[in-house]
Design a protein around this ligand. Structure first.
Ligand code: SF4
Ligand code: MG
Length: 329
């Protein structure tokens, strides 16, 4: 298969105890039945406001936690319900880089120890082999030889993220979950890290799921992008198409909020959404976006909009469109 990952009807629900005496147990639907796939060597971007479920999807895929239901095919094998023993042979192949490298890098370990740790978990390299590999990884992520015995606190945020990336790469993964890897970095450093991730992909063919809360951060690195709202993916499109012709009203609003540097694209009118994101414990009936949607109709209250495949890999879940992606008059 040309897909490295196929996610089918993935659900992750959390039971939540009500604080009220009379309240019954409620369910937080963090991920509410999502479907998407990622091709080998592709970067799939996942965007949405915080709490929409994008990190939960990422952590589900690399099986940092159990899921409620659904399938996760990794290179053809369903890993959704494997236990730790069954997952063992997949662990090396799926690595992750998170937003805050300071939290994910043990402060008592130096760069050599940090990067050799996963190598020793997943293999049996000699000290000389470890050093050789680590020095070439440091070069690949733009760090210097004499950084080898330094500790996390001696680095800038961007450098620490480079160490995390080298650590992820040290075991030759097929897939790296990049969960907001640039969100905490200075704007000037963000582009450097994105370019580096692109170079690495070109050299190694690694596949990325790249998560961000802002569409401007995923635009250049992603081949395709999924837009999330309250536990659902509401639109999937090629990156360029999503930017030039967003279909879902939520995507349109997200895009209208970021400055458009490309002057060949007409200036978008700013769409200001009314109200707050509803609690995932109390999502609206029908289309979950209807309480904030400028185009909401009667049907949106009653009927959950199905995900329409409208050709060329584009998908959108909105009652405004027919199966060809045309606006229903
Ligand atoms: Fe808006 Fe209705 Fe489309 Fe939901 S289904 S995004 S409420 S028009
Ligand atoms: Mg998150």
């Amino acid at each position: 298969s040309e897909n490295l990952l196929e996610v089918k009807d993935l659900k992750k629900y959390y039971p939540v105890k009500s604080s009220s005496l009379f309240g019954k147990e409620r369910v937080l639907k963090a991920v509410d039945g999502v479907n998407f796939s990622i091709k080998k060597g592709e970067t799939f971007g996942l965007v949405g406001e915080s709490g929409c479920g994008k990190s939960t999807i990422g952590r589900s895929i690399i099986r940092l936690h159990d899921i409620t239901s659904g399938n996760i095919f990794f290179d053809g094998d369903d890993i959704a319900s494997l236990n730790e023993k069954g997952l063992k042979k997949y662990r090396r192949r799926m690595q992750a880089v998170f937003q805050d490298p300071y939290a994910s890098l043990n402060p008592t370990m130096n760069v050599f120890e940090l990067i050799s740790e996963p190598m020793k978990i997943h293999g049996n390299p000699t000290p000389a082999e470890q050093k050789d590999t680590i020095l070439s990884l440091l070069d690949q992520v733009g760090l210097k030889k004499d950084h080898l015995y330094r500790y996390p606190h001696e680095f800038s945020g961007g450098q620490r993220q480079r160490v995390s990336i080298a650590r992820a790469l040290s075991v030759n993964p097929d897939f790296i979950l990049c969960d907001e890897p640039i969100s905490a970095l200075d704007v000037s450093v963000q582009a450097q890290v994105v370019n580096m991730l692109e170079d690495i992909q070109e050299k190694t063919g690694v596949t990325y799921l790249f998560i961000a809360h802002d569409l401007s951060m995923v635009r250049h690195i992603s081949n395709r992008i999924g837009v999330m709202y309250l536990g659902d993916i509401v639109e999937i499109a090629e990156s360029d198409e999503l930017y030039t012709e967003p279909l879902h009203p939520y995507t349109q609003a997200l895009l209208s909020a970021i400055p458009e540097p490309d002057t060949t694209i007409a200036k978008r009118e700013r769409i200001v959404l009314s109200g707050e994101v509803p609690s995932p414990l109390n999502a609206p009936s029908g289309c979950k976006f209807r309480t904030r949607c400028p185009h909401a109709m009667d049907i949106c209250r009653e009927v959950v909009p199905p995900m329409l495949a409208i050709g060329n890999g584009r998908q959108v879940a909105c009652h405004l469109y027919d199966e060809e992606g045309k606006i229903i008059e």
